[in-house]
Each structure stands twice: as structure tokens, then as C-alpha cells.
Design a protein around this ligand. Structure first.
Ligand code: NAD
Ligand code: LMR
Length: 339
């Protein structure tokens, strides 16, 4: 966990211990959109991660300050800030993992798809640069609408001849984080022990938590499951409304993004049995992209896991999310190919 990573970072820097990074490979992580609401706390959390040796913070503005600030923290990684498009190549060069929280967030009354017109172009240009400067990096896409931005990235990489479906991830970890929190609260169990897969996509009804597979088991009524499902699906909107015009989830998202990037790094480093939910190219359903449990390894995606047994309620929800999810995927593909 992040907490254990922080503890070991502190231990590593303790003068009473011999400092050795022999067994920990060098890993460069780039954050694109690093001066934003997500980007800043995400930069902080990645600076605390002892698996990172270089941290590149890129944005169109504000990164010198963020990099100077985060760079004073006495943990392993070297931090550098990059500002403006002419520094993007340097930020990306040599990256093992690129995390993308660049783009505009929602205001009350908006759907994630309402962000498409602005964010699609941002993602397209960032991915064009990734194809050029670090085509082998694992890409962690946070920018919304994830259901469309991941297909856009795939098309950009295909055009550049660098696409590898094992290396492209839509970050849906926040849905899992929320499902765990809400489930544990309702079941009154230790949240640290809770596991809930969340599949589908990352918007409204396309977010499908599989509470029938949640552990530890709890005796919930159908109504309870419906309420937990709806709260998970509307978790983003809950934050957007509470922030009342000041944006969407940033702190919980930074935590979720840091957890997912940590899992990617562990996979790259050969740690066995690293499994996280993510929106990836998939044959688990008839849709070309789908979120499900994914085993991470040295090449990125090692295995996209099947959905497993679903309750009747989950089966119904799965069928009814498919048309919206497919439309969002196709919208992304069309955008990438026409513009
Ligand atoms: P924000 O406005 O606070 O920050 C976005 C940052 O992106 C800004 O610093 C901005 O300068 C930067 N940016 C804009 N264009 C850029 C470009 N071309 N290159 C690099 N940086 C650029 O927004 P935020 O709250 O951090 O949210 C960012 C995105 O993440 C939004 O699209 C939001 O919807 C999405 N999001 C996704 C999830 C998820 O679960 N996947 C969760 C929360 C938010
Ligand atoms: C979230 O789930 O919090 C993000 O996708 C941001 C949003 O717009 O809800």
C-alpha cells in the first residue's frame, strides 16, 4: 500500500540504515497535468513512492513551483518540472509510466461526456508526444471522459505505429476505492480487508460494482445492494456537487491514481500477483474496451481476467450499460481518426 511504501521510503532514508537501491530498479514516472487539482497531490504521492527514481512533472503552466516544492522532500526520486509544449519531449523521454490527469474537470450539472470537446484534443496531443518520446511507457489515463479518452489514445498510438494494448490503461481505481469505502461503511467491517471488483467503464451506469463478489461477505438486501451500486456510480457527481463549481474529485483521485501507478511499477519490477481493475482493450465482452480485473506484469497487462459469476441484478446492469459504453468508445475512435 501507499502507507507501507511511505514507511519504507522513510526507513530507506534513515541514517541508521545502510542506503541501498541495488534491488530496486530505476523507474521514471511522468505526470502530465502535474500542476492541477489532481496533479499536485499525485506528484506528492509519487514522490513518496520508493519505486520511483525520477519524477517528471509536466503542465502548460505552474510546474516550476510544484517541482521545487515537491523536490525538497527527502525521498528517493529526483524531481524535475517541465512547462510548455517545447519541454514535453524532455519530460517524457525515458519514462516507464506516464500518468495523465490533464484536462478540464466537471462542474455541477455536467456529465463527463460534456468534457469531451476540450479534453479529447488535449489527450490526443499528449499521446502523439508519448508515441514519439516514450512509446514503451505504460500510460495511465485519468482525463475524462475515460470511456472515450482511452480509445482516442489507442487510435493515436495505432496511427504512430506504437500501439500495444498491454500498455494502455484507463484509471478506474477511484470507482474501486469508493465501492470499498461504501461497502465497508454499510457492512461495518474493516475497510482495509474489503475487496470489490468494479467493471464496465467510468461514467454513470457504465460503472458496475460487483458487490456479489465483494469480500468479506455481508448479508445485504437487494435494496441495500441497489443503494450501494447507485452511490458508487454517482460518487463522482457527489463530489462535484459538494465542491459546488470548484471542480471534481482531486484528493481521492490522487490517492487512487498513486495506488494504480504503484501497481504498474510493481508489475514492471516483476512482483507476482498484482491485480487491479482497469479499463483496457478487452475480449471479456463484445465491447472493444472494458474495465475488469487485470493482472499486471513486466509488459503491462499480463492477463485480462474474466468477470466471474454475476448476480441477476449485475447481469441486467451489464446488458444495459453496453450501448452507452460502446457509443463513448466509438465517439473517441471517430474523433481520433477524423481530426
Ligand atoms: P484541474 O483543472 O485542476 O487540472 C488540470 C490540469 O491540466 C491543469 O493544471 C491544466 O493546466 C492542465 N492541462 C490542461 N491542458 C494541458 C495540456 N495540454 N498538457 C498538460 N497539462 C494540461 O483538473 P483536475 O481536477 O486535476 O482534473 C483533471 C482531469 O481528471 C479532468 O478531466 C477530470 O474529469 C479527470 N478526473 C478523472 C478521474 C477518474 O477517476 N479517472 C477522477 C477525477 C478527475
Ligand atoms: C470521478 O469519478 O470523480 C471523476 O470521474 C470526476 C468526475 O467528473 O466525476
Amino acid at each position: 500500500s501507499i502507507f507501507r511504501s511511505v514507511q519504507s521510503a522513510v526507513a530507506r532514508n534513515s541514517p541508521r540504515r545502510s542506503y541501498s537501491t541495488d534491488s530496486v530498479p530505476e523507474r521514471k514516472v511522468a505526470v502530465l497535468g502535474a500542476a492541477g487539482g489532481i496533479g499536485q497531490p499525485l506528484a506528492l504521492l509519487m514522490k513518496l513512492n520508493p519505486l520511483v527514481s525520477k519524477l517528471a512533472l509536466y503542465d502548460i503552466a505552474g510546474t516550476p513551483g510544484v517541482a521545487a516544492d515537491v523536490g525538497h522532500i527527502n525521498t528517493r526520486s529526483e524531481v524535475a518540472g517541465y512547462m510548455g509544449e517545447d519541454q514535453l519531449g524532455k519530460a517524457l523521454e525515458g519514462s516507464d509510466v506516464v500518468i495523465i490527469p490533464a484536462g478540464v474537470p466537471r462542474k455541477p450539472g455536467m456529465t463527463r461526456d460534456d468534457l469531451f470537446n476540450i479534453n479529447a484534443g488535449i489527450v490526443k496531443s499528449l499521446c502523439t508526444a508519448i508515441a514519439k518520446y516514450c512509446p514503451n511507457a505504460l500510460v495511465n489515463m485519468i482525463s475524462n471522459p475515460v470511456n472515450s479518452t482511452v480509445p482516442i489514445a489507442a487510435e493515436v498510438f495505432k496511427k504512430a505505429g506504437t500501439y500495444n494494448e498491454k500498455r494502455l490503461f484507463g484509471v478506474t481505481t477511484l470507482d474501486v476505492v469508493r465501492a470499498k469505502t461504501f461497502y465497508a461503511g454499510k457492512a461495518n467491517v474493516n475497510v482495509a480487508e474489503v475487496n470489490v471488483p468494479v467493471v464496465g467503464g467510468h461514467a454513470g451506469i457504465t460503472i458496475l460494482p460487483l458487490f456479489s463478489q465483494a469480500t468479506p461477505k455481508a448479508n445485504f438486501s437487494d435494496e441495500d445492494i441497489k443503494a450501494l451500486t447507485k452511490r458508487t456510480q454517482d460518487g463522482g457527481t457527489e463530489v462535484v456537487e459538494a465542491k459546488a463549481g470548484k471542480g471534481s474529485a482531486t484528493l481521492s483521485m490522487a490517492y487512487a491514481g498513486a495506488m494504480f501507478a504503484d501497481a504498474c511499477l510493481k508489475g514492471l519490477n516483476g512482483v507476482p500477483d498484482v491485480v487491479e481493475c482497469s479499463f483496457v482493450q478487452s475480449t471479456v465482452t463484445e465491447l472493444p474496451f472494458f474495465a475488469s480485473k487485470v493482472r499486471l506484469g513486466k509488459n503491462g497487462v499480463e492477463e485480462v481476467l474474466e468477470l466471474g459469476p454475476l448476480s441477476d441484478y449485475e447481469k441486467e446492469n451489464l446488458e444495459s450499460l453496453k450501448s452507452e459504453l460502446l457509443a463513448s468508445i466509438e465517439k473517441g475512435i471517430k474523433f481520433a481518426n477524423q481530426s
